[in-house]
Design a protein around this ligand. Structure first.
Ligand code: SF4
Ligand code: SF4
Length: 183
């Protein structure tokens, strides 16, 4: 762990995420059903922690989402990217996209994303798909209803992992009473 308390190394993060499964699920249930904060209050806390963590984590030293996830590309994304390349939307779709069984477009050759450079920089950053802008979704509302996705993304994204760990530290539920009286 570094001086700022964050864990950045992906192999360590994956290992923690794998071994923490029971603890994570138990905390997720606590957060969903018993944590005494409103949805707005919880969203505010998560956004505050996210900003603090994100400030210290440089995505260009990671690039793991671009390397391992399949990115949804909708019609607007395709049109924007097509304009960038000076081709028609149809030509862009034919060159880069495939459509899955739910009708969603994605980069045909991904993962990794065809626009990810060796230096982890995105070659189409200003025009990247909305899914890339929104990932890892920690600034979206109602984190309580998205806690499952959050836990799932812990193994992929160091930002999500460290935010989740800080949330656990901050709101660790009180230990359950054994029911026995102490003399
Ligand atoms: S478009 Fe850019 S941000 Fe999105 S996955 Fe590809 S490299 Fe990453
Ligand atoms: S969003 Fe997460 S997974 Fe993607 S590059 Fe940044 S730290 Fe890595």
């Amino acid at each position: 762990m570094s001086d700022d308390g964050l864990i950045r190394e992906l192999p360590r993060i994956r290992k923690f995420a794998e071994t923490n499964t029971a603890e994570d699920e138990s905390f997720r249930q606590y957060l969903k059903t018993r944590l005494p904060l409103s949805n707005n209050e919880l969203d505010g806390v998560v956004q505050g922690i996210t900003d603090a963590v994100w400030e210290k984590l440089d995505c260009t030293t990671c690039g793991n989402c671009c390397r391992t996830l399949q990115i949804v590309v909708d019609q607007k994304d395709a049109a924007r990217l097509a304009r960038r390349f000076g081709i028609t939307t149809q030509a862009f779709i034919e060159r880069y996209l495939a459509v899955d069984q739910d009708g969603l477009g994605y980069f045909r050759t991904s993962p990794p994303c065809p626009f990810l450079g060796d230096d982890n920089h995105c070659a189409v950053y200003e025009d990247r798909p909305r899914a890339c802008r929104d990932f890892p979704y920690l600034h979206e509302r109602n984190v309580r209803s998205r806690s499952y996705t959050m836990v799932e993304n812990c193994a992929t994204c160091p930002i999500v992992f460290n935010v989740w760990e800080r949330l656990k530290e901050r709101f660790r539920p009180p230990a359950r009473s054994s029911g026995k009286k102490h003399r």
